[in-house]
Design a protein around this ligand. Sequence first.
Ligand code: BMA
Length: 327
Amino acid sequence: MIRTRGRDLLHRWEGNPVVALENVPYQCNTVFNGTPVKFGDTYLLLLRVEGRQGYSFLCLARSEDGFNFTVDQTPCMLPAQQGPFKLWEENGLEDPRVTQIDGWYYIMYTAVSPYGHRIALARTDDFERFERIALVSGPGNKDGVLFPEKLNGAYARLDRPLGNDIGSIWVSYSPDLVNWGRSEVVLSPRPRYWDSFRIGASVPPIRTDRGWLEIYHGVKMTSAGPIYRVGTVMLDLDNPACVIGRCLSPVLSPRQEYERIGDVGNVVFASGAIVEDDGEVKLYYGAADTSICAATVHIDELIESCFESADLSSDDFCRTACPYRRG
Ligand code: BMA
């Protein structure tokens, strides 16, 4: 399928943003990057709120329709005040992603410390009590997303260690959610493309007939700074290190004023999606690190986007087919 240039595959909710600063019932600097869960009949969004002291913590918002949210009066996870997490959360908790496995909701989030970022894991079964499980990576790692089922008997996750300053997506496995290993590179930045500078997993992988659909973020560096966009990749169901298809162009790019302008401009940063029974995907994303927005698309369109072929007028075609083109 060839998509019209300049058009996003996702349809923004006309009432965007779904949560903004004025919806938070206490003083804070900003709210962004929320991960959704359907909990009974309620849509929950686990939000990242940056408080007045400059570190982030997690807070819940609730909705009946997935678009109109009310933010809870108090945060649900603040930086740990004691135990092994205290040091590692000193500078906050960021960018949570929730995955449901066997009645538990597992939250992978970024623990931020004076020594850098680490991935941490917590769980809840009622969204009232939150139990920290373990710090599951060393420093320099973030964007952890847990697969919703075991693969060949092991828990699996995608993450983004920053080795040699190259931000690629990796996969790792665990027998118990605490000890992780067998790490392999899955996907790397593509020179010149929209995801040429850095990439990271955004949404916990979604099982489809064609493979694991991963909605990821890609960064391109420009003379005006980075641009964060959303794209898709399809991974093999048994071996997610094997890439089956990858979008050529992003499925969502910053275009609206609320995505272009904010604390960090030119950012759409997805951190979760709900797949409804009729195949509609509700994607939640941080806009310009200043609010949380929603966009919808049918899952089949996202799947197809992983297999799009080159647009005949695009550089991809010219590069292979035009004999006069250099470089
Ligand atoms: C990433 C993360 C996100 C943030 C994004 C854009 O590295 O830190 O929390 O939304 O940058 O600033």
